[in-house]
Design a protein around this ligand. Structure first.
Ligand SMILES: [Zn+2]
Length: 297
């Protein structure tokens, strides 16, 4: 029994094939590690129809389901993209699920990519065995998700958990969401590199900081501060004591941690100890989570 999971990003489509783990299906428990049979990356095609064609071509013989994670809001029941601004092409209203199901004859789950990341880390990754967890995915933007009582919460548009759009400074830089000073404007890659000449990626900023560059160190401290404010708010709101941080920018998490902890520490009487765990599944978490969703009834 093989399940295909696909994680559609702005520049790359990542896929993972899951085989059957120990035990049947993924159930409610946290015991079953599905086996990853294969993974891969392909450049993101020019639009949603082309993505459907690409994914249909990835389906192996004997596959039983497909899960597809999109960076935005979706209508899960109808399998339709609602607000997916980053990948190329016009996604709004595109019936990803019906199109892909029609092409392949398989059931297709269409989910938000941060929720897919969270499900994978909850079932088989850093948060395995925990039931109440806040997730943040740092990349070009910041995705987020919430697990309560062992379930990933979804919301009506698969939009529950947008921790990246918590305001940390109402007078801060404009955000793609229409607000100003969201955590994302400081702690996602474009916010981290802002104002740093010659450093164009978060990884370059992290390398410079490790080599002693003060401006790079300050930028990552600022990112940690923004994350600490936003995640501290979310932790206080939800009563959660565990945070899992992943995504491409999370390689610099250690350089943000001190500033983040300062924000948590001030609120200790309210929120207590907050465990900050780096994600465990690396770049494949989103695709693995999408595959897990695809196998759900
Ligand atoms: Zn925002």
């Amino acid at each position: 029994m093989t399940r295909l999971g696909v994680d559609v990003g702005g520049t790359a489509v990542k896929w993972a094939l899951l085989g059957e783990g120990e035990g049947e299906g993924e159930g409610e428990g946290e015991g079953e590690a599905a086996e990853v049979l294969g993974t891969g990356t392909v450049p993101t095609p020019s639009g949603p129809a082309e993505v459907v064609e690409l994914v249909a071509g990835l389906v192996p013989e004997g596959a039983v389901s497909i899960g597809i994670g999109l960076p935005g809001h979706v209508d899960r029941a109808a399998g339709i993209a609602l607000f997916v601004p980053n990948p190329p092409g016009e996604w709004t209203g595109f019936p990803v699920g019906p199109e892909l199901s029609g092409r392949t004859g398989l059931p297709v789950a269409v989910v938000n990519d941060a929720r897919a990341f969270a499900l994978a880390e909850l079932r088989t990754g850093a948060a395995r065995g925990r039931s109440d967890v806040l997730f943040a995915v740092l990349g070009t933007g910041i995705g987020g998700a919430v697990a309560l009582a062992g379930e990933i919460l979804t919301g009506p548009r698969d939009n529950l958990g947008e921790v990246g759009h918590i305001t940390v400074d109402p007078a801060g830089p404009p955000c793609c969401c229409g607000n100003r000073g969201c955590a994302e404007t400081y702690a996602a890659a474009p916010g981290i590199v802002r104002g740093l000449d010659g450093l164009t990626t978060a990884a370059a900023v992290a390398a410079a900081a490790r080599a002693g560059d003060r401006a790079a160190t300050a930028a990552l401290g600022r990112a940690g501060w923004a994350l600490g404010v936003a995640l501290g708010d979310a932790v206080a709101l939800l009563g959660i004591g565990t945070v899992v941080v992943g995504g491409g920018v999370a390689g610099a998490l250690d350089l943000m941690l001190a500033a983040m902890r300062d924000e948590f520490e001030r609120r200790r009487p309210l929120i207590g100890d907050v465990a900050v765990l780096p994600a465990a599944l690396g770049p494949w978490a989103g695709a693995i989570g999408a595959a897990l969703y695809g196998g759900m009834p």
